[in-house]
Design a binder for this molecule. Structure first.
Ligand SMILES: Nc1ncnc2c1ncn2[C@@H]1O[C@H](COP(=O)(O)OP(=O)(O)OP(=O)(O)O)[C@@H](O)[C@H]1O
Length: 242
């Protein structure tokens, strides 16, 4: 069974779901990893997904991306999601604008790649090569490659995990800005509770194949969940004051 991309809601709509998942089942042989999972992400909504190692976060993300078959349930998305992985996955033999516009069937591909690269702060590097980029810059290009598709759903699989702390903070600012400007629904898989608290409108924890905990940030952008509370949900006892 594959992801069902159905035109149930118009792709150009300003609001409405970026994806609706019902009763999703994903197993490897007899091992059920995702068990009747339900999830809805609105356009413009930033959702962070946490859970202990091996709980099925990447499995869920890959199913949403249409990269894997599923054994049950439905995934309805208005358009094909864009994905950014922990590794940039840029093609070393293509320059940056070609990497970004890969898969774009448009006569103005270079122009659109230029716009996307400018948005991530690399507008002067169109003809440069992946090998000349730092880790943070390469992830910026990966973000540009995702955004140029104008996705309704942006899937981020630990995209900042391999970056140093300062670069990670800069990337958080950039992603927040890009999401505010383009309003895709976002699902961010992360191990970093601080990252989840800093970025997400909604934080989910997966346990035993389903969503076991959900926290919505307050509308004014503040959050009522503490680091310790969230770590507690992940089964970690924290001794830090907050
Ligand atoms: N191709 C596969 N074949 C068999 N089992 C798999 C396969 N991919 C993942 N699994 C199993 O499915 C479970 C969930 O894996 P998944 O990678 O989704 O976890 P995760 O929550 O993303 O983990 P981590 O946080 O360590 O990245 C694990 O037990 C894993 O061993």
């Amino acid at each position: 069974m594959n992801v069902h991309v159905a035109p149930l809601f118009p792709a150009s709509s300003e609001s409405g779901p970026a994806v609706v998942v019902s009763n999703l089942v994903r197993s490897y042989g007899r091992r059920v990893v995702i068990e009747r999972l339900n999830l809805r992400i609105e356009r413009g909504e930033f959702v962070a997904l946490l859970g202990e190692s091996g709980c099925g976060k990447t499995t869920l993300l890959r199913a949403l991306a249409g990269l894997d078959t599923i054994q049950g349930g439905r995934i309805v998305a208005p358009r094909r999601p864009a994905v950014v992985f922990q590794e940039h996955r840029l093609l070393p033999w293509d320059n940056l604008w070609r990497n970004v516009s890969l898969g774009l069937q448009a006569s103005n591909a270079r122009e659109r790649a230029a716009e996307a690269l400018t948005e991530v702060g690399l507008g002067d590097r169109l003809d440069d090569w992946p090998r000349n980029l730092s880790g943070g810059q390469a992830q910026r290009v990966a973000l540009a490659r995702a955004l140029v598709q104008q996705p309704e759903l942006l899937l981020l699989d630990e995209p900042f995990a391999a970056l140093d702390a300062l670069t990670r903070i800069r990337m958080h600012e950039l992603v927040r800005e890009l999401v505010a400007n383009h309003q895709p629904g976002v699902l961010l898989v992360t191990h970093d509770v601080d990252e989840a608290i800093a970025l997400a409108d909604r934080i989910l924890v997966i346990r035993n194949g389903a969503i076991a905990f959900e926290h919505r940030a307050a509308r004014d952008g503040s959050t009522s969940i503490s680091r310790a509370e969230l770590l507690g949900e992940l089964g970690v006892t924290s001794h830090s004051p907050n």
